[in-house]
Design a protein around this ligand. Structure first.
Ligand SMILES: Nc1nc2c(c(=O)[nH]1)N[C@H]1C(S)=C(S)[C@@H](COP(=O)(O)OP(=O)(O)OC[C@H]3O[C@@H](n4cnc5c(=O)[nH]c(N)nc54)[C@H](O)[C@@H]3O)O[C@H]1N2
Ligand SMILES: Nc1nc2c(c(=O)[nH]1)N[C@H]1C(S)=C(S)[C@@H](COP(=O)(O)OP(=O)(O)OC[C@H]3O[C@@H](n4cnc5c(=O)[nH]c(N)nc54)[C@H](O)[C@@H]3O)O[C@H]1N2
Ligand code: SF4
Ligand SMILES: [Mo]
Length: 747
């Protein structure tokens, strides 16, 4: 905590010192995007509660929302830039930090070219308006192809499928949970994760309401997760085999003549090739591979087809596997061929008030998407959405040659823990010529930086969600102001990005972010709007920075709103339930929905061969806990308390097979012997299926040189140390994080 005389706290917020206030703030920590009430007194946060007035979340919050107070107060959270000299970090002021970057970056770019700079963006980037809107400015200024992000540890298969089927990466259908009667969840645990690629605060409450009206929740997961515990039915599945199961369901629909795509029938192509391609996947054949009985596969397919309001939803468990894109595609295809896509109670598309490409341009037709416009230098992994797989980062730094990555920007990311084979990456980062991190902690990744530039506390930042209203359970527009003013000298992160962009580009007058912003805004508006530009510039009035861009996006959006309107309504505007959007939403070149893109059929052919492959005797999966958030919230007291959560779940049958006991320590190793073994505490549980062990990711806070004093006390072990940085889904570049073979023995 900073005391009153601290120069960092001399900029005073708008609140008086003693009265209690409860400003509204959208939670920036996960995709549920809950509306919160931050009770404050002067400069202190007293308490965090759910905002009952929020149109999206209606008072819901989770323990992480409460921990925003701890995050704001955390003495380890960086409040000043750090510059490393002779291996030691020193606090610096902002001008010194930018000067250091200006001294070291441009010469590298001049000598080695643009691709010598790599950029990695992490998960919190998508939860910050300033980072979302200004990160592209930095990328443009750098002009590098070496762009990486956490998307290839996560949802890239979802983007590829949305692109191929509907013509835009961000056209993601979500279950219409308010009206469905049958929901099958695969590879997601929204009770713990609070939902992903589906903004659905209080999933539990909504699932219970569905059950109360006679609906059924079915979960397919190698672990009886918190969501499975709530379900009417749970089935174990062998990790990594969802594509087989789903192809088996589709096979059954074709075999029994249950295919009927309802309202979208007139839009679809590719039915015949699809029928042919799933012929090898009879439920009897796939059953052995996925561990789900053939009768269950057939019954689930029949129920999906016969229930008028039904939906299939898959998430990270179905994405982070070798056939992740295939599994994601089959989920959509099953929804489509049972008449559930774009129907109330099925899976539907949100219509966002701002930033949604599927509300712009000509309705019903567009350019579609392409992938593989270039490939990564070393492994030749194809580009997807302009980036290459994050699991290629280490080799791009290590491998000499033209376009070798010698300088790196990291933006709100901790790949040393969150990406497979972090030990190799850490070593590679150590060999960079120059590294800059935009981050609020000195952690396992940023310790390798030469300069760390901290963002403000989330409570010192205004907010509007860019991606999440595009996949929300209802339509809405919400804005929240900063709760506190930023400390003196602390720039907003968009200003930092603009100054970095200016350094990369050699722009004159690069000290004044506001001027740079004005210049770029005018340029953009003129280019985009031609004759209308001056009216648009006039309308944006006195706004600056992200607010100005947001106002413009709202005005150009499908509801014709503006920022003043949204800002005047804390708790947000309710823009109604999800509505059918086909064919208007499509941006495919044909204006049609091709169910059988050739790349997917080709991969299905490979899957048909893989059905018979033998499976390892023991594989590992991850686990999310309500009180974690990937790798970076283990330093907060309210979340860190309680028993250690980084434990290895082992089925009793496996425990006797490997002589493990409850509470004992196990040694986990890779079959190829790479790296150090992990020592983990064993918890016996029939929650996991036999042959599968489960360890959460994001732990392993015992590396030297970090400043995470609380997290270091309970470091846990790094699951990703066991995973492969060369195991990917080739269609999306997504890492394989689930179902990886491991060896275990008592320690
Ligand atoms: N084995 C395994 N690995 C996984 C997963 C898994 O399920 N299993 N999940 C994957 C998934 S889904 C994801 S999204 C990735 C996440 O991968 P990353 O995004 O690389 O990891 P995070 O742990 O989210 O790290 C976030 C970083 O952002 C910083 N940060 C937080 N707030 C701010 C801010 O306001 N500004 C700035 N500048 N920095 C901030 C934190 O200090 C931290 O360094 O991990 C992936 N890794
Ligand atoms: N508390 C908490 N919430 C979070 C996060 C966090 O770290 N902690 N991270 C956030 C992020 S970045 C994301 S992307 C989302 C992710 O949100 P979710 O996708 O809901 O993520 P998980 O909770 O990991 O759920 C994945 C489920 O898939 C199961 N699974 C593993 N392998 C397979 C498989 O091969 N097939 C099937 N069918 N299932 C499998 C796992 O057992 C697990 O129950 O969560 C977000 N919310
Ligand atoms: S569920 Fe997510 S958005 Fe809601 S309070 Fe928790 S962390 Fe924040
Ligand atoms: Mo994620």
């Amino acid at each position: 905590m900073h005391h009153a005389g601290d120069p960092l706290r001399t900029a005073r917020g708008p609140m008086s010192e003693t009265t209690l206030q409860t400003p509204y703030r959208i939670c920036p920590l996960c995709e549920a995007c809950c509306g919160l009430e931050i009770q404050t007194q002067g400069h202190e946060v007293v308490q965090v509660r759910g905002s009952a007035a929020d149109v999206l979340s209606r008072g819901y919050l989770c323990p992480k929302g409460v921990a925003l107070k701890d995050l704001h107060d955390d003495p380890d959270r960086l409040r000043r830039p750090l510059i490393k000299r002779d291996g030691v970090f020193h606090e610096a002021n902002w001008d010194e930090a930018f000067a250091e970057i200006e001294r070291r970056l441009p010469p590298l770019m001049a000598q080695y070219g643009r691709n010598t700079v790599g950029v990695v963006a992490g998960n919190p980037t998508s939860h910050k308006l300033g980072l979302m809107l200004y990160y592209p400015r930095l990328l443009k200024a750098l002009g590098t192809r070496n762009i990486f992000s956490a998307a290839t540890l996560d949802q890239m298969p979802r983007h590829v499928v949305s692109g191929l089927l509907y013509g835009h990466w961000m056209s993601v259908p979500v279950p219409d949970i308010a009206r469905t009667d049958w929901l099958l969840v695969l590879g997601a645990n929204p009770v713990a994760s609070n939902g992903s690629m589906w903004t659905v605060p209080d999933f539990r409450g909504k699932a219970r309401a569905m059950q109360a009206r006679g609906g059924r929740l079915i979960v397919i997961d190698p672990r009886r997760s918190e969501t499975a515990a709530l379900a009417d039915e749970h089935h174990f599945i062998r990790p990594g085999s969802d594509a087989f199961l789903l192809a088996g369901m589709l096979h059954h629909l074709f075999a029994k003549g249950l295919v009927s795509s309802g309202a979208v029938s007139a839009l679809i192509d590719g039915l015949d090739p699809l029928r042919e391609a799933v012929a090898p996947f009879s439920p009897a054949r796939v059953s052995r591979r996925c561990g789900v009985p053939a009768e269950t596969i057939e019954r689930l397919a029949s129920e999906l087809a016969s229930t008028p309001r039904a939906a299939l939803y898959g998430r990270i468990g179905t994405c982070t596997q070798r056939f992740g894109t295939l599994a994601t595609w089959l989920i959509d295809v099953l929804n489509i061929l049972t008449g559930h896509l774009d129907q109330p109670g099925g899976t539907m598309f949100a219509k966002a008030a701002a930033f949604a490409a599927n509300t712009h341009g000509k309705p019903g037709q567009g350019r579609g998407v392409v992938t593989g416009r270039f490939a990564s230098r070393v492994s030749q992994a194809p580009e997807v959405m302009g980036e290459v797989p994050i699991t290629c980062l280490a080799e791009e730094i290590e491998t000499p040659g033209e376009d070798q990555v010698r300088a790196l920007f990291t933006l709100a990311t901790n790949p040393v823990l969150s990406s497979p084979n972090g030990a190799r990456l850490a070593q590679a980062l150590g060999g960079l010529n120059f590294m800059v991190s935009l981050d609020i902690y000195l952690n396992e990744t940023t310790r390798h930086a030469d300069v760390i530039l901290p963002g403000p506390s989330p409570l010192e930042d205004l907010h509007y969600d860019v991606p999440y209203p595009q996949m929300s359970w209802m339509n809405h527009a919400r804005f929240s102001e900063a709760v506190f003013e930023r400390a003196t000298g602390q720039p907003a992160e968009w200003e930092t990005l603009l100054r970095l962009a200016a350094i990369a580009q050699g722009t004159k007058g690069r000290q004044d972010a506001q001027l740079l912003d004005d210049h770029l805004f005018v340029e953009d508006v003129r280019r985009q709007f031609g004759d209308e530009a001056s009216a648009i510039l006039q309308a944006s009035g006195g706004l600056r920075g992200p607010e100005r861009l947001l106002d413009l996006a709202l005005r150009q959006g499908p509801y014709g709103l503006n920022l003043a309107q949204v800002r005047a309504t804390p708790g947000g505007l309710d823009l109604g339930p999800l509505m059918p959007r086909l064919p208007e939403l499509l941006r495919t070149p044909t204006g049609r929905l091709d169910l059988a893109p050739p790349v997917l059929l080709a991969d299905l052919g490979l899957a048909a061969q893989a059905v018979e492959e033998s499976v390892p005797s023991l594989v590992i999966i991850g686990r999310r806990d309500v009180r974690s958030n990937n790798s970076w919230m283990h330093n907060l007291p309210t979340l860190a308390k309680g028993p250690m959560r980084c434990t290895l779940l082992v089925h009793p049958a496996d425990a006797s097979r490997f002589s493990l006991v409850n509470g004992g320590t196990a040694r986990l190793r890779r079959p190829d012997g790479r790296g150090e073994p992990l020592m983990v505490e064993v918890r016996l549980s029939d929650e996991v299926m036999p042959g599968v062990v489960s360890l959460p990711h994001g732990w392993g806070h015992d590396l030297a040189g970090t400043r995470l004093r609380l997290a270091e006390l309970h470091p846990g072990a790094n699951l990703n140390a066991l995973l492969d940085d060369d195991a990917r889904d080739p269609l999306s570049g997504n890492a394989v994080l689930s179902g990886v073979e491991v060896l275990v023995e008592p320690a």
